[in-house]
Ligand binder design. Structure first.
Ligand code: ADP
Length: 481
């Protein structure tokens, strides 16, 4: 099958969250399954020619290749090792300096970029044009989130009239329905679409333009990133106003759990952590804890549980109840390392806590991949009390590192964490969060049981291989539409 993945961020080129992890890993897993895959994303300022190996195709398009290597594949029948050559996956960059050569993928400190509508409608149209230019006619275009959601709209409304684009099917994956690409109606002419599509069956949403809704109405199949979240978003509580659209299309709505890339997230080979470790030498995990305590200026205490957070600092990620309970939490016998950026009010609150409890909290208000690795490895418990969570990668990564997740029972967290591999609470209140933290501290005190818990957690496998197989089934469903 020929597949185009269209996503506004892709690891290793540009990342603000889990979407980039998915868009970088799924194509490689699909290629491993024998599919022909390409990716298209905007050429942001961070994607510099000095940092990456980039070739120019023409004035507006350049490309790079990910995953090109020789993978040793063990032949189970014979005793010798075979080599499989992977050609890698081409990532095409859509250039437009006016739109993309600036700081911030979607916005900066002052808020969202004002011209996001123009920026991403340009990206979507240019991506469709690119297909013809390079003569790549995909069976499936798999678009991600609102930034790529105009692709199914333009395809069906305009491009599919030409023979090249006829019969191409589209799959939309929603990574977070809270982000919809909402714009005022007077900007509709900028999209280059007929006004007849600005209606309840199209892009109109309470008299505004809703780009994600357009994608939902026009794509052949709608997918989300966990089975539980695919059900949740069909309810008023989680649907952010789009539950009706999803209900209408419920026979075409699916949920596939993300995987994680174990070549990046693996404590046995991770280059960022103080000492590599595996399930067989867990004592080395404590070297990572010590290393983290040193970097964070926390007392080098082995027996105090170290809680880690790597997250956007947003209400969605549980920061409202965390903020309510933070004073009580800081008084417990624990240490807490927080890495993230987000809402200013949480920055201010947490900075205040650091001043008050410098031996308990260490705060890092930035995006820092290397430190993230150190926190996943060096913490004992990974705190992720998200109010809602489409899939969540943090809990999957932390399980691999034997860092026990503590989560609220929602979305992908409910699908991946249970009493056997972590701590989970099902009433979203500060009191329930605090009670569960206390339970985890208590459990941590029993060293033998704790080692057993770590060993169980590390055995969970959320590889992309399984997810890619499910995506192929989904693509087959889209093709039969
Ligand atoms: P999101 O809703 O933000 O996409 P996910 O859990 O799906 O949440 O994915 C978040 C990804 O971004 C994870 O790989 C996590 O490690 C990473 N991440 C989040 N914040 C930071 C940060 N401040 N520094 C480094 N990595 C981060």
């Amino acid at each position: 099958m020929k597949i185009l993945i269209a996503a506004s961020e892709v690891v290793p080129f540009a990342k603000t969250g889990g979407l980039a992890d998915v868009a970088g890993a799924l194509p490689l897993a699909l290629e491993e399954e024998g599919q022909e895959v390409i990716i298209a994303m905007p050429k942001y300022k961070v994607i510099s020619d000095s940092k990456f190996s980039i070739q120019k195709l023409n004035e507006g398009i350049s490309y790079s290749v990910i995953g090109k290597n020789i993978n040793p594949v063990r032949n189970t029948e014979a005793t010798h090792e075979e080599s499989k050559i992977s050609n890698g996956v081409k990532v095409y960059f859509i250039k437009n300096d006016l739109y993309f050569n600036r700081d911030g993928l979607y916005g900066d400190k002052t808020g969202d970029h004002k011209d996001n509508l123009e920026r991403f409608s340009f990206y979507c149209k240019r991506t469709l044009d690119l297909l013809k230019e390079i003569n790549f006619k995909p069976d499936i275009i798999h678009v991600h989130d609102w930034q790529a959601s105009l692709i199914p709209v333009y395809l069906k409304a305009i491009y599919a009239k030409g023979p090249f684009y006829k019969n191409i099917k589209t799959v939309l994956t929603i990574h977070n329905i809270g982000y919809q690409g909402l714009f005022s109606k007077d900007r509709y002419p900028k999209l280059g679409l007929d006004w007849s599509l600005f209606n309840i069956e199209g892009l109109e949403f309470y008299d505004k333009i809703n780009i994600l809704k357009g994608g939902m109405e026009f794509s052949d199949v709608i997918n989300t990133v966990s089975p539980t979240y695919s059900k949740e978003i069909q309810t008023k509580e989680f649907g952010f106003g789009l539950e009706g659209v999803l209900n209408k299309r419920r026979s075409s709505v699916f949920g596939i759990l993300n995987g994680i890339d174990y070549t990046i997230w693996n404590p046995e080979t991770d280059k960022f952590i103080a000492k590599n470790y595996s399930i067989n030498n867990l004592q080395d995990k404590y070297k990572c804890k010590e290393g983290l305590q040193k970097i964070c200026n926390l007392p080098l205490k082995k027996d105090v549980p170290l809680f880690g957070i790597v997250s956007r600092l947003a209400e969605q990620k549980g920061f409202d109840i965390l903020a309510e309970g933070i004073e009580k939490i800081c008084k417990m016998d624990l240490q807490l390392v927080i890495l993230g950026t987000g809402d200013l009010k949480y920055h201010i609150l947490l900075e205040g806590m650091v001043k008050k409890y410098p031996k308990v909290i260490s705060l890092h208000l930035k995006f820092d991949d290397a430190l993230a690795h150190k926190i996943y490895a060096g913490s004992d418990i990974f705190l992720m009390p998200s109010k809602y969570e489409p899939c969540g990668l943090g809990q999957l990564i932390s399980l691999r590192y034997g860092t026990i997740p503590l989560v609220f029972k929602t979305g992908g967290l409910a699908d991946t964490v249970n009493k056997d591999n972590g701590f989970i609470f099902d009433k979203y209140t500060k009191d329930d969060l605090i009670k569960t933290i206390k339970d985890s501290i208590k459990a941590y005190e029993s060293k033998k049981n704790w080692s057993e818990l770590i060993a169980k957690a590390m055995k969970y496998n959320f590889s992309w291989e399984a997810a890619a197989k499910k995506y192929l089934e989904l693509y087959a469903k889209a093709k039969s539409k």
